[in-house]
Design a protein around this ligand. Structure first.
Ligand code: SF4
Length: 423
């Protein structure tokens, strides 16, 4: 590979790594004599999941890390003195094809800083996708970031070549977005999102009439919010996510714990490390909204605007609502069974299917994958002890489960330390 392209690849893969829409592999392990494989050649390669749950490796790269904007939270902001690089459309297309042929990747995840103006940049992103599809007949996965403020025409054209598109909301409220990214506003984000949504709806309509009508962003759109850079509560964040999920085209909202890359900027909080536990709790809450029929205002409300960092949001909801329990697994509706801590979507379905053949036992429930340590306080079933949330009390259950988790974690840490201790 051409040295200058390799240099650009290093710079632009590094610049792209803060986008969490796909998880970067991020390890550096060189091959050794007699060894097989390395992780260095996979620079910029990350993994993502397609609509049907398949894991694909993607070249995660920026077209350029030059940017005319100065967003406070971004490593690529114009006022930062970092190595800069720009791929030409041709270079990036050839790089993608070369990586694909070598079996390094199955697709491309392409974003960009903004040069000149949003449309100028978006046009180049579209050309990369278009050349890959039309000249090289590339059938791999393409995820394109839409540039905030890009025109409808360019977003519409991009949608014909990309499998998925995303526009990052970044900061949940308009007021704080203005504070940290003065050149952006929510309209510049929501408008391209609407163009994508409308394009998808139109394409579905067209394909109902003509099977050969072109597909438009078949894997839908996603977005990302930064968590912890501003004062928004989890209630603010989840309320926005919930509104976004009401759009049929929105498939995923990603939560990126704020990484203080520009610690000199006093508009930003002085965090020592990213709020990873909070990020994890937000993903769990997001999961509850998408698969467990929870509304955002049930998970967090005026009295508890932030997620409990010590316990998962489903358990937190159950402890706040003892009146909803115990759930009789033999009779309860699917929706109610889903609310039981320790019972997942698959186990809830298994319960419904199995109970038709007789009364469920504790050992059957365990075999279905139910976490009985949690669920036992919230259910009644055949021979289970009647020590439910009403007898035990929410605070006792909370302390018990936190203590068990801490003990399990300490044991894991101990085992790990034994593994890495020289005999
Ligand atoms: S527009 Fe994007 S690349 Fe440019 S500074 Fe803002 S977040 Fe960074």
């Amino acid at each position: 590979m051409d040295e200058s392209v390799l240099d650009k690849l290093k710079t632009l893969a590094e610049s792209a790594k803060y986008d969490v829409s796909c998880a970067s592999s991020g390890t550096v392990r060189k091959n050794q004599p007699g060894g097989l494989g390395n992780t260095v050649g996979g620079m910029g390669i990350c993994h993502s999941f397609t609509e049907d749950g398949r894991c694909v490796s993607l070249l995660k790269i920026m077209l350029t890390n030059y940017c005319i904007y100065d967003c406070a939270y971004c490593i690529n902001r114009r006022s930062n003195d970092i190595r800069r690089a720009t791929f030409s459309v041709k270079e990036l297309v050839e790089l993608t094809i070369e990586f694909y042929r070598r079996n390094y990747i199955e697709g491309l995840f392409l974003s960009s800083g903004i040069v000149r103006n949003p449309d100028y940049t978006m046009e180049r992103l579209v050309r990369v996708a278009k050349d890959l599809r039309t000249i090289h007949r590339f059938n791999g996965y393409i995820h394109l970031k839409s540039i905030p403020g890009a025109s409808r025409e360019l977003v519409n054209e991009a949608g014909l070549y990309a499998d998925r598109m995303s526009v990052n909301l970044e900061i949940p409220t308009e007021e704080n977005l203005k504070l940290l990214a003065p050149e952006k506003n929510h309209l510049s984000v929501f408008q391209p999102m609407s163009y994508i949504q409308q394009g998808m709806m139109q394409s579905l309509e067209d394909r109902r009439k003509f099977r050969s009508a072109p597909r438009f962003v078949p894997a839908g759109q996603s977005t990302q919010m930064i968590v912890g850079a501003t004062q928004e509560t989890d209630k603010d964040i989840l309320r926005i996510s919930s509104a976004l999920y009401r759009r049929p085209s929105m498939k995923r909202v990603y939560y990126s714990g704020f990484i203080p890359v520009n610690s000199y900027d006093n508009r930003l909080p002085a965090l020592k490390q990213p709020p990873l536990v909070r990020e994890n709790r937000l993903y769990q809450a997001d999961w509850l909204m998408r698969f467990y029929e929870f509304r955002a205002d049930e998970i967090v409300d005026e009295t508890s605007p932030n997620l409990d960092l010590e316990i998962d949001p489903k358990l937190a909801w159950a402890l706040r609502h003892p009146e909803a329990f115990p759930v009789d697994l033999q009779k309860a509706d699917y929706s109610l069974i889903l609310r039981v801590p320790g019972i997942g979507v698959r186990s809830a379905k298994l319960i419904i299917a199995s109970r038709r053949f007789g009364r469920l036992t504790a050992s059957q429930l365990k075999k279905m994958g139910i976490v009985m340590k949690k669920a036992q306080y919230f259910i009644t079933c055949n021979e289970l002890p009647m020590h439910t949330i009403h007898e035990a009390g929410p605070e006792y259950i909370r302390q018990q489960l936190i203590a068990r988790k801490t003990k399990a974690k300490n044991e894991d840490d101990r085992q790990l330390s034994l593994l890495f201790t020289d005999p």
